[in-house]
Design a protein around this ligand. Structure first.
Ligand SMILES: [Ca+2]
Length: 211
């Protein structure tokens, strides 16, 4: 009992006698809380995360032949293109011959510019390879009463003409006694009757392109 009292007295003495911080031992009254500080600067961007695993393949699509919507859309597209072609052909804007479609700008140009203009239109200078195609070009020559250059030029051998891609001619329709330029007439023009004549390339002829 006595020892217990002594311990308490000792502990009280320790608390009183051990020097401490003045503020902690003599705290003043707490002042009013200040306003919140302004927001700090944004932090640095975090590091890029690890790439996730590749996902599973989606379900396989139908083959085009069995895709009803795709088939319907194709049918619709074909129908619309056919109508558009028919309307343009009706106005004489285009002439369809087999798989080719011929058109004229209704203007004239020399050979090089005709090639350039047709190419710029994503086509090429008219190069008939059969009678049907030749007749298609002829229809424009007759309509505008102006000869047209063809996509046929003289090769290295005088008198030997070929298609622009270098392939030999499988169809020819030379006018009587043509070609007779003997190397001096490198290009070919079409007359009003559809026949061909070798001619210098710097004349102005009707621009007819094929697509
Ligand atoms: Ca000639």
């Amino acid at each position: 009992m006595l020892s217990s009292q002594l311990i308490h007295i000792f502990m009280a003495a320790v608390v009183l006698l051990v020097p401490g911080d003045a503020q902690s031992t003599c705290p003043g009254a707490i002042g009013p809380q200040g306003p919140p500080g302004s927001n700090g600067l944004p932090g640095m961007p975090g590091q890029r995360g690890i790439q996730g695993e590749k996902g599973d393949h989606g379900p396989a699509g139908l083959p085009a032949s069995q895709d009803a919507k795709l088939q319907h859309d194709l049918k619709e597209l074909k129908w619309r293109i056919t109508r558009m072609e028919s309307a343009l052909a009706l106005n004489g804007k285009i002439v369809i011959a087999g798989s080719k479609l011929f058109a004229t700008t209704e203007r004239t140009a020399d050979f090089d510019n005709t090639v350039r203009i047709c190419k710029a239109a994503h086509g090429s200078i008219a190069s008939p390879t059969n009678k049907e195609e030749n007749d298609a070009v002829m229809s424009f020559v007759k309509e505008f009463n102006t000869y047209a250059y063809l996509g046929i030029t003289e090769g290295h051998v005088p008198g030997e003409f070929q298609l622009m891609n270098g392939k030999p001619l499988r169809f020819i329709n030379w006018y009587k006694n043509e070609p007779q330029g003997k190397g001096a007439e490198k290009c070919v023009e079409m007359y009003g009757d559809g026949t061909w004549n070798d001619k210098a390339c710097d004349k102005y002829r009707l621009i007819v392109c094929e697509f």
